[in-house]
Ligand binder design. Structure first.
Ligand SMILES: Cc1cc2nc3c(=O)[nH]c(=O)nc-3n(C[C@H](O)[C@H](O)[C@H](O)COP(=O)(O)O)c2cc1C
Ligand code: SF4
Length: 512
């Protein structure tokens, strides 16, 4: 009896001990997990490399896990090239090149080579050896100005205003542009101290609201223009007629993003929607456009051009005829041509989706008009519109562009995850928000290096395409070097597809 009682007592004690030990182990594991998570939380908050982890410690890791696993599971859930506006393949190229990570892939292309419009480059039987390759040649813009601009790079940063972008994003772009040696366009919000901070080359944009160029009475002021032009960093002026995402509509900065500082720079009321008119008061026809260009160029002494998205071409006859009447020194020094697929910080959907022509259609036509009017050398062409990978940039050069600019390519380099919330002031990556807790995630010193890596890697790989096409540098690419897939399943050379409009000549546009 006693023995049985002892046995039960021992059994109970043993069970108690086991439960106790299990409990202790579990509590220790739990405590360790909690301590681990706290350490990870602190680490995430403090590290500077990944914006998402700084802004969303712990849960931000899921983004990287999903991104990594996406590669393996994409055949079940998403297609590599299905997301919009930019697909995974395009974004991955930018992310990797911005981090200077090898962009080599294997097994074969996931790109469907058959849809109509697919671009294919024409490889040369005897490509250019590395030892024979040469650097991209510089281009002089505005030869008749007091201070022409010698542009050394072909890929540059397109207009995005301080207002649409955060202070940290502008700082990263400015320092990144300096590192890469490319230019940064200020966008239509005026020149902010953050644009100047990196000491890079700047293109100062004059939007329809003339933010940054107004006097105290709110009028466009020649004195103010002169003041802005006196910054040595400002190399050119761009008069914005329209942008691809919203032709016929001026810039929009939602009230939530109009902080006191931005209001002061723009000379507008705080926390009220900042809406630009849909055209310049002074410019209602080609002649007035040339007058305004002359005014800006005379006052500033710097190359002056305009930005537009084309809807129709006929007015180009009018503009180019007027230029010849006045003399070619009166021509704009450059035209920035934006495609209908261009991006924006905020725009009505009907304009984003339906207005204007895509760059694939408008760029060849603009180049041919310039050739036809003998203005091809005088007016430099800067192309934009989802041209964010080397192949897209290479295509634009083949067609005849002198330069390519990108806005969203550089947003990806800054860490944009395509959350499409730019207009809400809640950008999770700190790029298009003025909320300090979100903006702090974007560390300009680190992201500027990514901006520079991206710009340099684009130019490097466009070089690789050029050498494969048999030319020594990207500026030697012409229309014989690319083909486009047609409806019958066969490709046709760009030189055949876009012969010179009036002469019908199938002569490639040679920019050398
Ligand atoms: C956030 C954001 C802000 C922009 N702000 C301007 C602007 O101020 N002025 C302008 O002319 N274009 C602006 N754009 C248009 C771009 O400069 C560019 O023309 C267009 O997005 C096409 O380039 P992408 O396809 O490489 O983005 C903006 C685009 C984005 C994404
Ligand atoms: S992460 Fe989203 S909200 Fe931020 S810039 Fe990119 S698309 Fe805009």
């Amino acid at each position: 009896m006693l023995a049985t009682t002892n046995f039960h007592a021992k059994e109970t004690a043993f069970a108690f001990d086991t439960a106790f030990v299990t409990e202790i182990v579990l509590l220790t594991v739990l405590a360790l997990v909690i301590i681990g998570l706290i350490i990870l939380y602190i680490y995430d908050r403090r590290q500077k490399e990944h914006t998402i982890l700084r802004n969303y410690p712990l849960i931000g890791h899921f983004r990287y896990i999903f991104e990594y696993l996406g590669e393996f599971f994409q055949q079940y859930f998403a297609q590599d090239r299905a997301e919009l506006p930019f697909n995974r393949a395009q974004r991955a190229w930018v992310y990797r090149s911005a981090k200077n990570v090898d962009n080599t892939v294997s097994f074969g292309s996931t790109r469907d080579l058959h849809p109509v419009g697919t671009v294919l480059f024409v490889d040369a039987p005897f490509p250019v050896l590395n030892r024979d390759a040469v650097a991209i040649s510089p281009v002089t813009i505005g030869p008749y100005c007091r201070t022409p601009y010698i542009a050394k790079t072909l890929f540059n940063i397109s207009a995005m205003s301080y207002g649409a972008l955060s202070k940290n994003a502008v700082l990263a772009l400015s320092h990144g542009a300096k590192l890469a040696g490319c230019w940064l366009n200020t966008g239509e919000g005026g020149v902010a101290p953050y644009h100047l901070a990196g000491d890079c080359d700047l293109v100062a944009q004059i939007g329809t609201a003339k933010y940054g160029y107004l006097n105290k009475k709110g009028e466009f002021s020649d004195e103010r223009l002169q003041e802005v032009a006196s910054y040595p960093q400002i190399k050119m002026f761009e008069i914005k007629l329209s942008q691809g995402a919203k032709p016929g509509k001026g810039g929009i900065l939602p009230a939530v993003k109009v902080t006191p500082e931005i209001a002061a720079i723009r000379n507008i009321p705080v926390h009220q929607d900042s809406i630009s008119p849909n055209r310049h008061d002074e410019i209602s026809n080609s002649s007035e456009l040339l007058d305004f260009i002359a005014r800006v160029r005379t006052i500033t002494g710097k190359p002056t051009g305009f930005k537009i998205v084309l809807g129709s071409y006929e007015w180009l006859d009018d503009l180019f005829t007027e230029i010849h009447k006045r003399g070619i020194e009166h021509a704009p020094d450059f035209i920035t041509l934006d495609g209908a697929e261009g991006g924006t910080g905020a725009a009505p959907m009907s304009l984003i989706d339906y207005m204007g022509l895509p760059i694939a259609e408008s760029l060849p036509v603009l180049i041919d008009y310039l050739v036809e009017y003998g203005l091809r050398d005088r007016i430099k062409v800067i192309a934009a519109g989802k041209l964010i990978t080397p192949a897209e940039v290479g295509w634009a050069l083949c067609v005849g562009a002198d330069f390519v600019v990108s806005a969203r390519g550089f947003a990806f380099a800054l860490g944009c995850i395509q959350a499409l919330r730019c207009h809400t002031n809640t950008c999770p990556t700190g790029i298009t928000t003025h909320k300090p807790n979100l903006m702090q995630g974007l560390v300009p010193e680190l992201k500027s290096v990514r901006v520079a890596n991206y710009a340099k890697n684009i130019e490097y790989e466009v070089g690789v395409i050029s050498h494969s096409c048999g030319v020594r540098e990207p500026r030697q690419l012409n229309r014989t070097h690319a083909r486009v897939m047609t409806e019958n399943g066969l490709s046709v050379s760009l030189a055949t597809l876009y012969p010179n409009k009036k002469t019908g000549a199938k002569i490639p546009v040679d920019k050398n």
